[in-house]
Design a protein around this ligand. Sequence first.
Ligand SMILES: Cc1cc2nc3c(=O)[nH]c(=O)nc-3n(C[C@H](O)[C@H](O)[C@H](O)COP(=O)(O)O)c2cc1C
Length: 454
Amino acid sequence: MDLNGKKILLGVTGGIAAYKSCELLRLLQKKGAQVRVAMTEAATRFVAPLTFASLSKCPVYLKDGAVEARPFQHIDFPRWADLYLVVPCTANAIGKFAYGLADDPVSLCFMSCTCPRLLAPAMNVAMYNSPAVQRNLQTLRSFENTYVLESPAGELACGEVGSGRLMEPAEIVSFIERLDERRKTKDERREMVEGGSLPLVGTSSPTTPSSGGHPRNAPAAPLASDSLPEQDPSLPGHGRTVLITAGRTEEAIDPVRYISNRSSGKTAVALASVFLANGYSVEVVAGPMEAEFPGGAAVHRVRSACEMHRAVMERLSGADVLVHCAAVADYRPKDPAESKIKDSRSQLVLELVPNPNILRDSVAAKKPNQVVVGFALETDHFAEHAQEKLHKSGADALLLNAPVAKDSGFGFDNVNYALVTPGEKVPEMQMGSKVELSETIVDFVNRKLEERHG
Ligand SMILES: Cc1cc2nc3c(=O)[nH]c(=O)nc-3n(C[C@H](O)[C@H](O)[C@H](O)COP(=O)(O)O)c2cc1C
């Protein structure tokens, strides 16, 4: 959906992430959209309506708002809108929408709007995983014109770690910009399901993307944990397995200390979600990491580079695609101490030896039809270093990424990246979300497999 000139109604409910709706509102305006705001009473305890009124330059629709405005807002606002966003969407609001309750501005607008509706749930992980919330989300996914965004895993405002975070405002905007494409696939799939040409997969299949219209890369965001798109024969990854390496490695110095790096594993989680949404069976060999994988991925845990090397080589032959996303330590201490090294206050020299090169060894052992994608994290001479690594490794492609820009790279949702392929000029690096980066890789892999298998 091109946001320029679009009318967006933003519903804000009472979650800790309500402050992020202000940023979302500004991003939408920057894209040329007009925004109006409706708030629940609970939301007004997190962000003052005056903030939204000032930013949107329009009175906010509130339960106890101006009497003269109230008689019209619950109908006028939704009728005015081209798109209704509920960001953040609380567990409470999700329950109301699913059961048809409409006793506050946000749920009233949900009920009376006929335009597409996009919900961004945000809550504590236990709430998010509760059977009631999951069932209600499932119900909402089956509603006409309704899209439920992913709530990525990570550190939550309450201090716990797990699923339930609000999708970043920039990612929500990019989701909206691709909404027409998603609506087409959703409609096509529904037609195919209703026409009997496509079996229902789980209860969320109306939102499960289809390649019926031959999109190469099915979007990842609406994937529910209990939907099984890999069973959909029309998806590009149907019957195929991808093996992804993820996270970082820890190289022991002694029983309590190690050498490692700052990889959070978020890119691998985004990759797993996009591959799952494209119908692949996903296997992961994961080192230590904070981000959590979606339920559909089979995860094998390792700690050191040598363990990861062994686990990958054991599983290599069963995969059609390998994506080496893990941040593997290049070196490890030669002789890790068996007991904790004492502090002697004198200089300590650690002798390091090179770790096995998992990318090169898997390219050397691969079958001709397997597709291998590596990752190159560089901090300078990007193109030169990436081309050299691609050449030396013999991989089909290398995802060059550079964590040097502000608020990007390790632990962040955005990253500066380019996909480098043999014999082609290194493209300009672009800043995008880790989901977009993953879509670039999956699109490349789908094309490569199509070329190799016809
Ligand atoms: C400090 C605080 C933070 C909260 N954060 C969330 C949250 O992130 N997500 C959520 O679903 N509920 C959260 N709640 C609970 C909701 O505010 C509560 O369920 C409220 O009734 C929601 O009302 P609404 O859906 O009408 O906005 C929070 C409550 C408090 C006190």
